[in-house]
Design a protein around this ligand. Structure first.
Ligand SMILES: *[C@@H]1O[C@H](CO)[C@@H](O)[C@H](O)[C@H]1NC(C)=O
Ligand SMILES: *[C@@H]1O[C@H](CO)[C@@H](O)[C@H](O)[C@H]1NC(C)=O
Ligand SMILES: *[C@@H]1O[C@H](CO)[C@@H](O)[C@H](O)[C@H]1NC(C)=O
Ligand SMILES: *[C@@H]1O[C@H](CO)[C@@H](O)[C@H](O)[C@H]1NC(C)=O
Ligand SMILES: *[C@@H]1O[C@H](CO)[C@@H](O)[C@H](O)[C@H]1NC(C)=O
Ligand SMILES: *[C@@H]1O[C@H](CO)[C@@H](O)[C@H](O)[C@H]1NC(C)=O
Ligand SMILES: *[C@@H]1O[C@H](CO)[C@@H](O)[C@H](O)[C@H]1NC(C)=O
Length: 412
């Protein structure tokens, strides 16, 4: 063996040892590099054109690191160092033996082709975990552009639904913080069957024109908080499906997008009530809707939405700042002949100010079958093109407190 080569070899080995000792340092820390994840240096990727072997290497490393961390009897942390990684569909599941955190510093990319995710509803799924934390300022980039061009869900009810960036299902006592979700192929995050989950500084970004890229959809979950976050998408910023209870949305800025929505409700059988929502200290900037409650007519689904508080909200050029729409029927997918059977009661709109992009700043279109009850408008100050916005109401007699537009145009 040539001596120069052996010196190089020894130097390389030393370097590797050094790297290895670096990534094994802390107890309870499971660095994916130690599990054979490729170095997330973008220059590596340039030459191998995101080769599949690297993609699978990363999935494998992440799964193995998760398995060991989850089995640990003391709190553990799976670390994805900074760098770029390409990731296939993955499910990371509990139950785990102790609190577990996944800390992502890097940027993780989904395959561009929506059919390369094994037909799963969600790209990255965390489920059945107690005391889970996702953190680290990293970005999950769904690279949704190709999927968006193939989305016909607006016209076609049996459309192919592409994968969401995240599924958070059956999590208890968990925190998702400082993470960025970008350009999902469909909704960004679905929260289902969760109890006591906080999203903090969870920022979502997709273009205004991207279809169905809703920010966070919550369903059948209790005690979910979304705070201190920025969400800009092509669809709802946050939406609450049936069975959402004790939900808090605070200090969230939305826009572009379709605003904060309760619903749509009443489309599917066996829906559970939506109860106890607080939306406070939020800004909606250039969104289609501000705060909205939407339910479908023409179905026999009976349920309720109650104790909904919208308070201290700033609207910036919002098309429909305050809206209850019980005739929600996009693309004429329903019949308006029979009214919605969703009862809306105890709703407070308080201290909501700013600008409306239309004259009707407040639209309360309730069901003629089950009129809205106990709706309060208090301190509403919305202007349109320099003059006061007006309110349109149907099947509701809102209580007007302090400054608020009174219902002017009876709805026909
Ligand atoms: C979450 O809490 C529910 C209700 O207490 C419980 O049934 C479930 O097992 C918990 N899940 C985990 C993963 O701990
Ligand atoms: C909710 O979850 C957080 C985060 O794990 C935890 O600190 C807190 O104690 C939980 N709250 C309740 C009421 O269990
Ligand atoms: C509101 O959220 C932003 C991040 O979006 C944060 O910088 C700011 O400190 C938060 N404000 C409060 C009062 O928590
Ligand atoms: C939210 O709270 C912060 C700090 O209290 C305040 O500066 C900001 O103006 C509030 N935003 C809204 C929309 O009320
Ligand atoms: C609204 O968004 C625009 C950009 O779209 C930004 O320039 C402006 O500062 C935002 N306004 C508020 C009040 O957040
Ligand atoms: C206000 O919103 C309307 C309708 O979305 C839009 O056409 C207009 O450009 C917006 N104005 C500003 C100042 O952003
Ligand atoms: C806004 O107000 C100006 C001046 O009062 C008027 O010329 C203009 O047509 C109004 N624009 C709209 C969209 O109503």
């Amino acid at each position: 063996m040539n001596s120069q080569l052996s010196i190089t070899t020894i130097a390389l080995l030393l370097l590797l040892l050094l790297l290895a000792s670096n990534v094994t340092a802390q107890p309870g820390v499971f660095n994916i590099r130690k599990y054979g994840a490729p170095n997330g240096d973008i220059t590596n990727y340039k030459f191998v054109c995101f080769s599949y072997s690297l993609v699978f290497l990363f999935v494998k490393a992440l799964k193995s690191a998760w398995k060991d961390a989850c089995a640990s009897s003391s709190p553990s942390k799976v670390v994805v160092p900074s760098g770029w990684y390409k990731l296939q569909q993955i499910d990371l599941e509990g139950p785990c033996n102790a609190p577990i955190e996944v800390r992502v510093h890097g940027k993780i990319l989904a395959p561009k082709n929506p059919y390369h995710l094994n037909g799963q509803d969600q790209w990255v799924r965390f489920q059945y975990i107690n005391f889970f934390t996702l953190s680290g300022r990293g970005t999950f980039d769904g690279q949704g552009e190709m999927a968006w061009t193939q989305n016909d869900c607006g016209r076609n009810t049996n459309c192919n639904r592409h994968a969401m960036n995240f599924g958070f299902a059956f999590l208890n006592n968990s925190i998702i913080q400082d993470i960025n979700s970008k350009d999902s192929k469909y909704f960004h995050a679905n929260v289902f069957g969760c109890n006591n989950v906080t999203f903090r500084n969870f920022n979502i970004n997709a273009p205004e024109t991207s279809p169905n890229t809703d920010g966070i959809h919550i369903g059948r979950s209790t005690k979910v908080q979304i705070i201190n976050s920025k969400i800009g998408t092509g669809d709802d910023c946050i939406s609450l499906g049936d069975g959402s209870r004790q939900i808090t949305i605070r200090n969230v800025t939305c826009g572009p997008g379709h605003g904060i929505s309760v619903g749509s409700l009443g489309r599917y059988p066996n829906e559970e009530p939506v109860v106890d929502l607080t939306v406070k200290n939020c800004t909606l900037n250039n969104t289609d809707n501000g705060v909205r409650i939407k339910t479908w007519p023409g179905t026999s689904v009976v349920s309720i939405a109650s104790h909904l508080h919208f308070e201290d909200i700033i609207m910036v050029n919002v098309t429909n700042p305050i809206i209850i729409d019980q005739e929600y029927c996009p693309w004429n997918q329903c019949s308006k002949k029979s009214p919605s059977q969703i009862k809306i009661r105890k709703v407070l709109f308080k201290n909501i100010r700013g600008t409306s992009a239309t004259q009707e700043g407040v639209a309360l279109v309730c069901s003629r079958g089950v009129p809205c009850e106990a709706i309060v408008l208090s301190d509403i100050d919305l202007s349109f093109n320099g003059s006061k916005a007006i309110a349109k109401c149907a099947n509701v007699k809102p209580t007007i407190r302090r400054k608020a537009p009174i219902c002017m145009v009876p709805h026909i």
